[in-house]
Design a protein around this ligand. Sequence first.
Ligand SMILES: C[S@@+](CC[C@H](N)C(=O)[O-])C[C@H]1O[C@@H](n2cnc3c(N)ncnc32)[C@H](O)[C@@H]1O
Length: 363
Amino acid sequence: MATDTNAPGEPHPWPEPVSMFDTSIDDPGDAAGRRLALLLGGFMSTQVVSALAQLGVPDELGQAGRPPAELAAALGLPVVPLTRLLRAATTFGVVRVNPDGTFSATPLSDRLRTGVPGSLRDSAIGFVLPPLWSALGNLADLVRTGTPADPQLMWDYARDHPDAAARFAGAMARQAATLAGCLRAAGYAPPPGQRIVDVGGSRGILLSYLLQAVPGARGVLFDRAEALAAAPAVLAAAGVEDRAEVVTGNFMTEVPDGDLHVLCHVLHDWDDEIALAIARNCYRASHPGGGLLVIEYLLPTPAEPSLSYLMDILMMTVEAGGERTREEFTHLLGRAGYSFGREVPVTSPGRQLPQRILEFRRV
Ligand SMILES: C[S@@+](CC[C@H](N)C(=O)[O-])C[C@H]1O[C@@H](n2cnc3c(N)ncnc32)[C@H](O)[C@@H]1O
């Protein structure tokens, strides 16, 4: 493994970002042109990095340079296209090429290894799956026509491609780990509830945190079968497996009963009609005095540049869903029988995530 040796304030040990479109700019001092070139060149860097991750290349790289033929043999890949991919990755600093033509790891390729703390391998694969990539490729058409995307496309794909479903769940687990880390740092305690049901809870990273935060509580992790495959290991690693059950089902039909239902990054997948049906199923399954915890990328009011806008585009193109303002959630969930309690920012020292926690109570 390569080590990231740069101290705070020192230059990074990888090259300045480059873009294929740098050669389309006449004046190298043209800051706006260069900035736009970098934005436009993103399609290349995304696919080069994702391909490395998909092919497992970072797991084979080390500090010592390896000849491309040796890497190709280890990975079971044809040597010429692999060499071309590795060379392309050197322009982004994701792989290092040595004077003898061997390739070695960099701090960036190390973050694409399997199972290292904070690995972005699943993110590099799971958020670049064919349905996501091709849906984003249709963005202009979607805006031109206003035709909603197929809301089941992604989930049908996950059902039919277990490996892809695992990478997608892994990508969401990485996000959930960052979220849970912030909640832990802030000491966030959920509203009272002895039976917490995480609806669409995937691998259970968030439920694990909530059960740790409420020592006597029991939890239900509810999701589609393919999303739950790695959940028992996650719950066991958090030491909450004795207090959590894993339940497979369809939240459009019904959800398990509980005192506190959790919908984290779930409602944004759906339009208002389906989101309302899911919320109503939570309400029907909630105990008297029950609550609902919604965690989403909130649209800022007043409007200001926000990562929530990018997530909103992803939801619009891939799933016919979208992000909402707090007022929109209050109105929507009010129709399901919930009243708004409070909004909690997701922060840790020096950081604020675009997501917000919205706490609701049964009316
Ligand atoms: C965007 S992910 C959010 C996962 C998790 N809550 C998180 O924040 O990381 C949405 C989740 O909803 C689940 N899901 C989609 N359709 C579902 C359905 N009909 N019934 C139950 N779960 C479903 C997916 O499998 C996925 O785990």
